[in-house]
Write a protein that binds this ligand. Structure first.
Ligand SMILES: [Zn+2]
Length: 326
């Protein structure tokens, strides 16, 4: 079962409604969406949208975000100068969470700005603007791959009971193929092209992929359905991280674990290399977690932290890993 378009339409129509601030050429108003009130602190989005010209993708629909951690409106506050163009990176004046105030709307991510396209554009931008450091970091990445690294499938094998495993932002399904036969892979992926590829792989093992934003995709699954979930390099991309975590909590059984991997904004490399840090990807990476802000967010969403040792968030590593459960 490959679940697609209708769900995606639901995602659009039940998401933030267009508002009076919209200036684009979006045509007639999107149906539905009324009644989605923004409540302070619940991580929901402000409904201000506009259109913005981008170098690689032309005119795209953009959403202004409240703080995804506490709901505070930081528009007009001082910006962090790492961020190019007009994506506006800020540290929340209320809770200090670091995030981009503008995000590309979900419907752009489905195809026009699907990750497989924006990541190529970002690679080109990096190579253009910093040829030497970019080549150096590419070499470094290759070298680092020689050393044993953490792997979500291995961690699932070690910490989860056999059963269904959900990969949020599953891409083309490649990494989930490392899961042992004890697990049935499921996925949610917003890029239509990648979701279709992953679905072909997961169906052979009894699972399937939902092509939708993760909040909407999660709603298609029953309570207590999964014995594990993986969020590999995903949460930093998510427009609504708290809503996703809340919904994921519902879908996980009482013994389930979720493995999270995100860039660590608090790492030494970011402080040394500044705007050249590999964890910056504009506008793909919307949320910039530190060990402290990641801890706070998952706990706020009801999770207990099962593992988050110093080895999981070494200041010398660009990424951090966390295992959470109910
Ligand atoms: Zn905040």
């Amino acid at each position: 079962m490959f679940v697609t378009s209708r769900l995606y339409t639901d995602a659009v129509t039940t998401g933030p409604s267009r508002s009076t601030m919209e200036t684009g050429t979006g045509g007639p108003g999107t149906p539905g969406g009324g009644g989605n009130r923004v409540r302070p602190g619940d991580g929901r989005l402000n409904d201000r949208t506009t259109n913005q010209e981008t170098v690689d993708f032309g005119d795209v629909k953009v959403i202004f975000r409240l703080c995804p951690n506490c709901g505070h409106d930081n528009q007009g506050s001082e910006k962090i100068p790492y961020c190019p163009d007009t994506w506006d990176m800020t540290a929340c004046a209320r809770c200090a969470f670091i995030y981009l105030e503008k995000s590309v709307a979900y419907e752009e991510l489905l195809s026009n700005m699907a990750w497989e396209k924006t990541s190529k554009a970002e690679e080109k931008r990096r190579a253009r603007s910093r040829p030497i450091s970019y080549r150096f970091s590419a070499l470094t990445r290759k070298r680092l791959h020689l050393f044993p690294r953490k792997n979500a499938a291995l961690l699932v094998g070690r910490y989860a009971r056999p059963g269904r495993v959900l990969d949020l932002g599953c891409g083309d399904g490649g990494p989930a193929q490392d899961l042992s036969e004890r697990f049935v892979p499921f996925g949610i992926e917003i890029s239509a092209t990648l979701a279709q590829r992953a679905n072909a792989v997961f169906e052979r093992r009894g699972g399937h992929v939902v092509n939708a934003p993760c909040v909407t995709g999660l709603k298609t699954f029953p309570d207590n359905y999964f014995s594990a979930a993986t969020l590999r390099s995903y949460l930093e991309h998510e427009l609504k991280p708290k809503e996703v975590l809340h919904e994921l909590f519902r879908c996980m059984d009482d013994n389930a674990v979720a493995v999270i991997k995100v860039p660590n904004y608090g790492c030494v490399n970011r402080m040394v290399t500044g705007r050249n840090w590999c964890g910056f990807r504009f506008p793909d990476h919307l949320n910039y977690f530190t060990p402290s802000s990641l801890r706070t967010m998952v706990r706020d969403c009801g999770f207990a932290i099962r593992r988050f040792t110093l080895m999981d968030h070494l200041p010398t590593s660009d990424n951090m890993w966390m295992i959470i459960g109910k």
